[in-house]
Ligand binder design. Structure first.
Ligand code: HEM
Length: 431
């Protein structure tokens, strides 16, 4: 097993460098995307509890608008902005002008995904005399911006004489991002060619949805967390990176319907998934040693990553995965990873980046997030385990709907604060 040595101590990007590319505007746009996508999530949850309003009748299309804006506009944009920020700390140089274009185009196309999916999802939309697959078109364009990002990242990071632990995590995160984009392209190809294979459709969908989340989001975020911690404490001498990336790669098959995955394939993938969980626990054990340096919001996110790792081990129990395919556990699983782990930690890093983390009432916003998201995840878990939980489905659906208002309000509060700090910092170069 190859393990990765790290540079230590990691340079402090706050004090040592000045990047020519301000990242705050992109963080503000990402936060705006979070507010809009979370409000749409609230609308969907409201629809599940009380029925969708007449002006938002196409539930599936709106679910696509929600998930794609979360993926492209919130998570991907914020991760890219923070990677650029920390990377310029490692190179000790400003970022090339091209980064500004790349981030601008990525932001615009990510925001456009929302209206493109809202009307018909991946279906065709009549515009004048043409029937256009707007969702598929905008996904393709978004995919091109990830290749642009990867190319620029390679150019900038090539000047590093040693690839430290966070940089190695980003290297693999970006490789998995490119691999998962093959799934998005495959889906587009199926729409364009009218291909009907359910196996291919599910393979492409989950290669994109799941590898994007498990591979790109998780590795990129771990890299950011270690880079952030590296400014405060010494980093571990060794951590598993390549084995973690390789073990994560095939796990997207577990997102598919059990009816489409043959038992030998399942066991291979479940073993890889179990290994990925153990390697994640290695990272978690090292994070535990540095627990005191993490703000509460980050601790909550790391806790949800531990729950994700535990689920990877539970799936190894014979029959559990096939049984879970007939439940709502997938929604819980996705949101534990995407909202509980990823969004909580991203928010904690952004608050720190915007210098908001020390304000008392912003801390209260953080606590509101922890309580609201924690409760929402519990209700989703309850909905997944309905057959064992003595609580009515309607009660759980409505409790999930009310609790989903909390992340909307917290995200709106942080977004408004980010605009204020944008104005305050607009005349200066940003670090
Ligand atoms: C802010 C709080 C959130 C709420 C209230 C929310 C709500 C929802 C709802 C109601 C669904 C549909 C579930 C169903 O049909 O049974 C859903 C699906 C989904 N959400 Fe969220 N969500 C939130 C956060 C997130 C985040 C942060 C992400 C990703 C970064 C995300 C990604 C997804 C994905 C990928 C799906 C599945 C889409 C599909 O299968 O087509 N959600 N969400």
């Amino acid at each position: 097993m190859r393990l990765s040595p790290t540079d230590s101590p990691i340079p402090n990007t706050r004090s040592t460098t000045r990047s020519a590319t301000p990242i705050r505007p992109y963080l503000s746009i990402a936060l705006f995307a979070l507010v809009l996508a979370a409000s749409t999530g609230f609308l969907l949850r409201f629809g599940l509890g009380w029925g969708m309003p007449a002006w938002a009748a196409n539930y599936t299309a709106i679910r696509h608008a929600h998930s794609h804006l979360m993926y492209f506009g919130w998570a991907t944009l914020a991760l890219m902005a923070l990677i650029w920020h920390f990377l310029s700390g490692y190179t000790g140089r400003g970022l090339p002008r091209g980064v500004h274009w790349q981030m601008g185009i990525t932001a615009v196309l990510a925001l456009l995904s929302f209206p493109a999916f809202w009307v018909n999802g991946y279906g065709l939309t009549q515009i004048g005399s043409a029937s256009l697959p707007l969702g598929a078109m905008i996904s393709t364009l978004n995919g091109l911006t990830w290749f642009h990002f990867a190319w620029l990242y390679r150019r900038v990071s090539r000047m590093l004489t040693h690839r430290s632990l966070p940089v190695q995590l980003w290297d693999w995160a970006i490789l998995l991002l490119l691999l998962s984009s093959g799934g998005a392209l495959g889906l587009v190809g199926m729409v364009v060619t009218g291909a009907q294979s359910p196996f291919l459709q599910q393979t492409f969908l989950h290669l994109f949805l799941d590898l994007f989340a498990v591979g790109w989001f998780t590795l990129a975020l771990l890299g950011l967390l270690w880079a952030w911690l590296g400014q405060r404490v010494e980093l571990p001498r060794r951590l598993p990176i390549l084995p973690l990336a390789l073990a994560m790669t095939p796990t997207f098959f577990l997102g598919m319907s059990p009816a489409l995955v043959a038992p030998p394939l399942f066991w291979m993938v479940a073993a890889a998934n179990g290994l990925a969980s153990l390697l994640l626990f290695w990272h978690l054990a090292e994070l535990l040693r540095r627990w005191d340096h993490l703000p509460w919001l980050a601790r909550f996110g790391v806790g949800m990553l531990a729950v994700h790792g535990l689920m990877g081990l539970v799936v190894l129990w014979p029959g559990v995965w096939a049984w879970s395919g007939g439940t709502q556990l997938r929604v819980y699983f996705l949101h534990n990873l995407l909202l509980g782990w990823m969004s909580s930690l991203l928010l904690a890093l952004i608050l720190d980046q915007l210098r908001l983390g020390k304000i008392q009432w912003v801390r209260w916003l953080g606590w509101a997030w922890i309580v609201g998201v924690g409760f929402m995840l519990l209700t989703l878990l309850g909905l997944g385990l309905l057959q064992f939980v003595p609580i009515s489905t309607l009660w759980l659906l409505r409790a999930a709907a009310w609790s989903s208002l909390v992340p909307v309000v917290v995200a709106a509060g942080v977004w408004l604060l980010s605009l204020r700090s944008d104005q305050a910092g607009s005349s200066t170069r940003l670090d």
